[in-house]
Design a protein around this ligand. Structure first.
Ligand SMILES: NC(=O)c1ccc[n+]([C@@H]2O[C@H](COP(=O)([O-])OP(=O)(O)OC[C@H]3O[C@@H](n4cnc5c(N)ncnc54)[C@H](O)[C@@H]3O)[C@@H](O)[C@H]2O)c1
Length: 349
């Protein structure tokens, strides 16, 4: 498929994001922000998040932060896509979900293929199928990539444990925060590998059910970050690790699926100072985008599985280089992505 990079900057509202489109559909009242961070490697690939935001500014900040993470993620995963993300501002009550998604899709369509949307928190495969009725190029309209995201995270956790402890995962305690699409599948992989799994979710019923299914235990959502464990696997919302809770973290390794896990960049330094191994989210949670690329490229299952399991090698490489150089794993992961992009790129401060 031919793709023309975005050259029209008339709606640029940030000096660092390639393009930010603020969308308002009057008939449905739908408001959204689409952030295309960088299209050096290809069209911006990234999910559609549907959540309440306190303001359009907050939605825009979230979209731009997440879009930068997608640029780094796709570059590190060596797939031919740039980074993008969109957020639809959720307002209750939702009158007509289908009309809202179609309205959003019309804005995507106007971007001429420079943004390829996928699922993210709040949206489903059915929503993407609706968007696809008005925008020709979308991902995740047939299949949920979450199981592949979970497999990649699992392989990255195994590599992080091997790096930190020199052992297999067997017998390690892992706290999975978020029993949703990613955390739910991850918990099964962890349990099958002999890990002791502890599940936390603001939906306690969901957490308890998952814990029971995998033979693990439940803990209240508020206790997850402080729970004594080997690995904390954040698979819920963003910015769970903050300068304020790092001192009370109960884990030795942070490695999970949630995007934008660190509330501030310097949390990476604080974690290193505390001796906690941090695996950057944009490095470890790329299984889903790899699956999207595989589907679009006609890969077979073995090729896809091999590429997703390759996340383990990248995690090992980044952790080794960080240890040898005294840099944080984020610095090293950004350096590798920047080499691919041909210019220095970092996650937002
Ligand atoms: N789905 C994917 O393929 C994919 C790919 C890359 C990254 N991610 C990221 O992984 C994370 C999880 O994605 P998902 O698709 O599983 O979402 P999901 O909506 O299916 O599940 C999220 C779960 O987290 C729970 N949760 C929300 N806030 C919480 C809190 N404060 N404490 C504990 N639990 C909380 C929710 O109740 C829900 O069960 C998100 O940050 C997403 O951006 C997902």
């Amino acid at each position: 498929m031919s793709f023309a990079p975005v050259l029209d900057h008339t709606d640029l509202v940030s000096s660092d994001t390639e393009r930010v489109v603020v969308c308002h559909d009057r008939p449905t009242g739908m408001r959204a922000v689409i952030a295309i961070d960088d299209t050096t490697l290809g069209p911006g690939l990234g999910g559609v998040r549907w959540m309440p935001y306190e303001s359009e500014d907050a939605a825009s900040t979230e979209a731009r932060r997440l879009a930068r993470g997608m640029t780094l993620k796709n570059a590190l995963a060596a797939i031919p896509y740039g980074g993008a993300k969109s957020v639809i501002i959720r307002e209750e009550p939702v009158q007509d979900r289908r009309a809202l998604m179609e309205a959003f899709g019309r804005f995507v369509n106007r971007l001429g293929g420079s943004y390829v949307p996928g699922v993210d928190m709040g949206t489903t495969v059915a929503d993407l199928a609706t968007i696809h009725t008005v925008a020709p190029d979308v991902s995740c309209d047939h299949q949920d990539p979450s199981p592949w995201t979970a497999l990649g995270i699992f392989s990255g956790i195994v590599a992080a444990v091997r790096h930190t402890d020199g052992t297999a995962l067997d017998g390690h305690r892992v706290v999975v925060q978020g029993a949703g699409h990613v955390g739910g599948v991850l918990a099964h992989y962890l349990a099958a590998a002999g890990a002791e799994v502890i599940v936390a979710d603001i939906d306690e019923q969901r957490a308890k059910m998952l814990a029971a299914k995998v033979g693990g235990a439940f803990t209240a959502a508020g206790t997850a970050t402080g729970y004594r464990c080997d690995v904390f696997a954040p698979c819920a919302t963003a910015r769970m690790i903050t300068p304020y809770n790092i001192e009370s973290l109960g884990c030795r390794i942070v490695a999970g699926g949630a995007n934008d896990v660190l509330a501030a960049r310097h949390c990476a330094t604080l974690l290193a100072e505390r001796g906690v191994t941090y695996v950057p989210d944009f490095l470890i949670n790329a299984g889903g985008v790899i699956q999207i690329h595989a589907l679009r490229s006609g890969w077979d299952n073995a090729q896809l599985r091999g590429a997703v399991m390759g996340i383990a090698d990248r995690v090992a490489l980044v952790l080794e280089r960080a240890e040898a150089s005294g840099s944080t794993p984020i610095d090293v992961a950004e350096e590798i992505a920047s080499e691919r992009l041909g210019r220095p790129l970092t996650i937002p401060a």
